[in-house]
Design a protein around this ligand. Structure first.
Ligand code: ADP
Ligand code: MG
Length: 688
């Protein structure tokens, strides 16, 4: 068995299971072993209620007192049970699991594992604890069980079993680091790391495994960048472009003046396109700093040079927004361009027609998602590739793009503010342009962090803003109340924090509809909606047909609705610092005063990172603060999302490993300048 072995070939994985795996993009043995757990459940020895620590996950051995009671909350039924041990009493609550009344009979004894909480008056309670018999618990006591990210129908146990089977038979290729190198960097063998990350015995195992896997992620990223650069340097720009009167003219006509940063970046981009070397530039600019217009200028310049320019966005919604903005601009200023939109939702004849226009060269600006770089798309004469919100793309998508592009100039735009010192290690001296200031007409966003107990105040404020004609976003971490089917799973979705605890888009929208007058138009948006419905919800919001948009973080990238002035983030403690900054960036995009309210779960200390956000609006400062605040070794801490396509590595937490990996790449390249030339494109580095 190797990385290409199809999952269907594994014993016990039938068609149905394979389909479930596919829903998480798991097709091969290689995919599966690179599907790392999102956490581990430690099954410690049961403790008594007086020994147990509040706000920690504990296992209690309890007997049930009485028959329990049922209550309704919105669309959910909640079953409460009183339980106790020799030292105290506790209330246990379960959502939508009425059948538990059979299992949890009066006087029966079970083990319950979950987050122990107390009410303000000091009463113990637990929500959605896992339930075990004494024998079952004894079998797993003192182990660490992997917890994977799941989807409806895909159970943790299925993944555990499949991963075990694969690891039993997997033939790992020779480690690309020899023993001496591993010793020098303090790393374990790759195969060991993979085994330990799935099935560690101790936290030390997890630490060892992570160290190696993170090193590998950096190594492959840095090697890819260095290779691209090495190959790019050899390629002279054979077809430098001519200056573009059309673009320069547009700058004069725009309703705003470019900021200093925009002007400088435009000069740099223009210089690359007309220069001697093929462009490979990173445009970093904080949210709202105005990157899009620079992309448009470059695309227009490319079109005027009779070549094609492609702009790739990470989501359909964003691609559509770009298309709309460019089309409107083309009409307003009578620009002789012919842009087309190509996303996964464009189907059938329309898609064929667009393929045709791209192949014939009739379409000169092509905007879309990664559909732009699928095999069927043939370009007439591709002269520029721009990726927006670059950090959102996985390594694979980036590679697909490089394949199509060949020696085509590339501009990547990113709102992930990476401190320059780190950016240079990652990207080498890839050309970097930075937009450090926001357009002058912006008022700084006013920020507020409060606990969810003060939600009423926040909602009253939203209402006032809406009456003044403004629009509002509300962000919730979850789509809907947890599915009891998933929660029941012994080591599944029930997170350390208790899955019943976070606000969800479905119930929250309902709640708002109940408390606000009917003329307030409330809509929702989340990742499980069909692309067309998502786009429709966004369009309605952009057209001010919606006042409040309740959404998950799908909204986080790039959306631009300047009339939206309030961002309310529920369970802000669940999000990472830079993610919150990105979310906040959806407001403060127009002339009106904007506000961002972070609501965090009560009962715990206010997260320190919220204070950083409240005090700072500048992404670069936030990134640097973040770097200072984090200790090394915070292995189970919040990761700054999958920025740059890393699964596990975090450029802040793991800056040390990043430097080591960069040094290692450089050493290998020094010894053999062609190192990685074949591998980088052909092999997925996660599995070598
Ligand atoms: P981002 O960098 O986050 O992608 P956008 O390009 O979406 O930001 O720009 C945000 C908003 O700012 C848009 O409405 C855009 O038209 C506007 N904008 C861009 N540049 C300027 C400027 N120099 N002055 C005023 N508004 C600007
Ligand atoms: Mg943008």
């Amino acid at each position: 068995m190797n990385q290409f072995t199809k999952l269907e070939e594994i014993k016990g994985v039938g068609e149905k299971t394979a389909a479930l795996f596919a829903s998480k993009d798991l097709y091969t043995a290689g995919d599966l072993i690179a599907y790392y757990p999102i956490g581990y459940d430690r099954y410690d020895a049961p403790v008594s209620l007086t020994e147990a620590k509040v706000w920690q996950v504990v296992t209690l051995s309890l007997f049930i007192i009485g028959k329990g009671s049922a209550a309704r909350a919105g669309s959910r039924t909640i079953n409460h049970f009183q339980a106790g041990d020799q030292t105290g009493k506790i209330r246990l609550s379960f959502f939508n699991m009425p059948y538990l009344r059979g299992t949890l009979a009066p006087g029966s004894r079970h083990l319950f594992r979950g987050l122990l909480k107390t009410t303000k008056t000091g009463l113990y309670y637990m929500e959605q604890p896992q339930i075990f018999t004494a024998e079952k618990y004894a079998a797993i006591q003192n182990t660490m069980q992997p917890r994977y990210s799941l989807k409806k129908g895909l159970k943790n146990q299925m993944l555990v079993k499949a991963v075990r089977q694969v690891l039993d038979k997997y033939a790992f290729p020779a480690d690309y680091l020899d023993e001496k190198e591993r010793e020098a960097y303090g790393l374990c063998e790759k195969s060991q790391a993979v085994r330990k990350i799935h099935f560690p015995l101790t936290e030390e195992d997890v630490r060892t495994a992570r160290r190696r896997l993170i090193f590998d992620e950096f190594f492959s990223f840095i090697l890819t960048v260095r290779r691209q650069k090495a190959e790019g340097q050899e390629t002279v720009n054979l077809r430098p472009m001519q200056a573009s009167p059309l673009a320069e003219d547009l700058i004069e006509k725009l309703p705003f003046r470019l900021t200093q940063g925009q002007k400088k970046a435009w000069e740099e981009i223009r210089g690359d396109l007309t220069g001697q070397r093929v462009m490979n530039r990173l445009l970093q600019g904080d949210v709202g700093s105005g990157k899009t217009i620079l992309a448009f200028l470059a695309l227009i310049m490319t079109s005027e040079n009779k070549r094609q320019g492609a702009l790739m966005a990470p989501t359909e919604v964003l691609a559509e927004q770009h298309m709309k903005a460019l089309t409107e601009m083309a009409e307003k200023y009578a620009l002789p361009i012919h842009p087309v939109l190509l996303t996964g939702s464009v189907k059938g004849r329309e898609r064929k027609k667009i393929y045709g226009e791209i192949a014939s060269g009739k379409a000169d600006i092509i905007i879309g998602t990664h559909a732009l770089f699928q095999e069927a798309v043939e370009y007439h004469d591709l002269g520029l590739v721009i990726t927006d919100e670059q950090h959102r793309f996985g390594v694979r998508q980036r590679e697909g793009l490089a394949d199509k592009g060949g020696d085509v100039p590339v501009l990547v735009m990113s709102a992930t503010p990476i401190p320059r010192t780190l950016a240079i290690i990652l990207y080498g001296d890839l050309q970097i342009s930075e937009l450090r200031e926001l357009p002058a007409d912006r008022l700084p966003i006013r920020n507020l962090a409060m606990d969810q107990g003060q939600r009423d105040k926040a909602l009253r404020f939203l209402y006032k803003q809406i009456l003044q004609g403004r629009q509002v976003y509300v962000i919730c971490p979850a789509v809907e109340a947890p599915d009891p089917e998933d929660i029941e799973d012994p080591s599944g979705i029930l997170s350390q924090e208790g899955a019943g605890e976070m606000e969800n888009v479905t119930d929250y929208s309902q709640m708002l509809r109940e408390i606000f007058p009917p003329q307030i138009r409330i809509d929702s948006l989340h990742g499980r909606m069909k692309p067309a419905d998502k786009a429709a919800a966004m369009e309605k919001f952009a057209a001010h047909e919606t006042d409040i948009l309740v959404s998950t973080t799908v909204i986080e990238v790039g959306i631009n609705v300047p009339n939206a002035t309030v961002m309310l983030v529920e369970n802000a403690e669940r999000f990472g610092l830079s993610q919150l900054h990105q979310i906040r960036g959806r407001v403060g995009r127009g002339r009106d005063q904007s506000y961002c309210i972070f609501l965090y779960a009560p009962g715990r200390d206010r997260p320190e990172r919220l204070d950083i956000l409240v005090k700072n609006n500048d992404g670069f400062t936030i990134a640097e603060e973040d770097l200072k605040m984090r200790g090394p070794g915070d292995i189970f801490g919040v990761r700054q999302s999958g920025d740059l396509g890393f699964v596990m590595a975090d450029i802040y937490n793991d800056a040390g490993l990043m430097k080591a990996a960069a040094a290692c790449v450089d050493k290998k390249l020094l010894k053999d300048p062609s190192y990685g030339a074949g591998i980088v494109k052909a092999v997925d580095f996660r599995t070598i």
